[in-house]
Design a binder for this molecule. Structure first.
Ligand code: SAM
Length: 284
């Protein structure tokens, strides 16, 4: 919803909304998959919106992208082969490529329009796209992963839109089973799992789907993300024959580059969930 000077995203199910003051709309494209819009805001830089839902702003995307990339990559013994499903704005890709262990990253986003728009309006996120270790593909990640060779990836990061439209199948047991097959022993899948306050059942359902797909060790964690519903977000990781809480104890000497939000102490803190959430996740 847009009135003269504000972009507003309404979260009907929680009776709440989030607004940013804007200077104007810079871009709009209806692709075969979704409607992409870019706004210029007064205080948050550029804002990308897909089908009316906020994807990212220049000002705070570093939090999300660092927290999607670094916890899993540092927890993996040596992440060499990485797969990103979604992630068309390329912010997560940029963070992944900071890891010297990484030999190759494949990014599979269904919509080339998102990447082309990001190249123009978020060039700082696309600066690593020409890294020879990166391959950018435009395809449906749900179908694509079915043909991925078994035991050929160390980390899979699912950086998708919310579970509606083309992303719906990225939250299912069938998809996580395909991830499980594609992962090496000791591999990790990670997916954004919604707001711990407004949609904790999304976390529950994702964990159930991951568990049913064979992931024995699960780890949900939290971080702030002010442009997303409630301003508080989560991600959930599943480990293939790796204990994620033990793996988190060996990350301290692996961080070899500067970050803005991620820190080793913060990594441990992010894994500490509030008691109501621990209880909910343990009971389900
Ligand atoms: N995490 C951000 C959020 O929740 O707002 C999402 C950022 S990123 C722009 C999300 C990407 O997921 C989009 O570029 C979209 O095209 C992609 N996507 C959605 N469904 C997909 C699918 N089935 N396969 C691959 N990419 C998909």
């Amino acid at each position: 919803m847009l009135n003269t000077n504000w972009f507003t995203e309404i979260f009907e199910q929680s009776g709440s909304a989030f607004s940013l003051q804007i200077k104007g709309k810079l871009f709009e494209q209806q692709t075969a998959y979704q409607k992409i819009e870019i706004f210029d805001t007064t205080h948050f830089g550029k804002l990308m919106v897909i089908d009316g839902c906020v994807m990212l702003s220049s000002r705070d995307n570093f939090i999300y992208h660092e927290m999607m990339a670094h916890p899993a990559l540092l927890s993996c013994t040596a992440a060499k082969e990485v797969l990103i499903i979604g992630g068309g704005d390329c912010g997560t890709l940029k963070e992944v490529l900071k890891h010297h262990t990484v030999e190759h990253v494949t990014q599979v986003d269904i919509d080339e329009g998102v990447t082309r728009a990001a190249e123009i309006y978020f060039p700082e996120l696309c600066s690593a796209n020409t890294d020879p270790r990166a391959t950018l593909l435009f395809d449906d990640g749900i179908a694509w992963i079915k043909n991925k060779a078994p035991e050929s990836v160390d980390v899979i990061i699912v950086d998708s839109t919310d579970p509606v439209g083309p992303a719906q199948g990225l939250f299912t047991q069938e998809f996580f089973s395909d991830c499980y097959k594609a992962l090496n022993q000791g591999g990790i899948v990670i997916q954004q799992s919604g707001s711990p306050l407004l949609t904790p059942n999304e976390m529950v359902e994702m964990r159930q789907a991951m568990r049913a797909a064979g992931f024995v060790s699960l780890q949900s964690y939290q971080f702030p993300q002010c442009v997303y519903p409630s301003g508080w977000w989560s991600a959930t990781a599943g480990g293939k024959n790796i204990n994620l809480s033990e793996a988190a104890n060996s990350i301290s000497d692996k961080l070899s580059f500067d970050t803005q939000f991620y820190s080793v102490a913060g990594h441990h803190g992010a894994m500490v969930l509030p008691p109501y959430l621990e209880k909910l996740l343990n009971e389900n």
